[in-house]
Design a binder for this molecule. Structure first.
Ligand code: CA
Ligand code: CA
Length: 223
């Protein structure tokens, strides 16, 4: 559309064209705002859960490994019939996507099964290859596993296990979830979960530290 000079226009034709131009600009602004609202409301929040942070109870004994290239320098092994269980407690309905799982393995590939509330939501196959154990320190990422899921408010269990494995299994470094509402791991993990307890305890310690430094500051200002 050719730009028209509207300042001080007196010709009726030009004034009509100017009015149309103004209406179109206004519509563009409304569309832009509408699309902005849509993209904001549909944006998902990535929440990373380190496997070593949830592997607290006795079922994980002997399954944590130090790996230099792992996030947090640690992984958790899934071997034979072992599982990794992540318990979510949601305060409101949310959409969940398993965005990415980071793992390492050395040997034949493994078929890793992902279940949500006792339904299999996806699988992924690990890499094949061996270098005398050195490949446990080389990490790979899956893409999205399964489809987006609409979860009701309340508790949900995500379980990772092996549908088919070699004799060595697979080590998981972390999982990245995408949630539609929540923004942090301590918001979505159940309060009875050791990890959530650890996060809450760290939060309490942090608040106590802040209170102590505030009281010290008050004492100094009184002197
Ligand atoms: Ca393997
Ligand atoms: Ca890790």
């Amino acid at each position: 559309m050719v730009a028209i000079r509207c300042d001080g226009a007196k010709d009726m034709n030009i004034m009509e064209k100017c009015a149309i131009q103004i209406q179109m600009s206004a519509m563009k602004i409304v569309c832009f705002l509408f699309l902005s609202v849509i993209s904001t409301t549909t944006a998902m929040n990535t929440i990373m859960v380190e496997m070593e942070d949830i592997a607290m109870d006795t079922s994980y004994k002997g399954r944590l490994f130090m790996r230099e290239n792992a996030s947090g320098k640690k992984t958790v092994l899934i071997h034979n019939t072992e599982t990794i269980d992540v318990h979510f407690c949601l305060d409101e309905p949310e959409t969940l996507i398993v965005e990415r799982i980071k793992y390492s393995t050395d040997g034949y590939p493994d078929d890793v099964r992902v279940e949500l509330d006792n339904s299999v939501i996806g699988h992924f196959m690990t890499h094949e290859g061996t270098n005398w154990g050195h490949l446990w320190n080389e990490f790979h990422e899956t893409g999205v596993v399964g489809m987006p899921f609409n979860l009701e408010k309340g508790q949900h269990n995500l379980i990772l296990s092996l549908a088919k494995a070699d004799q060595y299994g697979v080590e998981l470094d972390y999982i990245e979830f995408a949630f539609s509402e929540s923004t942090s791991a301590d918001q979505v993990l159940c309060s009875e979960h050791e990890y959530a307890r650890k996060m809450a305890s760290e939060g309490r310690k942090r608040r106590r530290r802040h209170l102590r430094s505030f009281l010290d500051y008050l004492k100094k200002t009184e002197q």
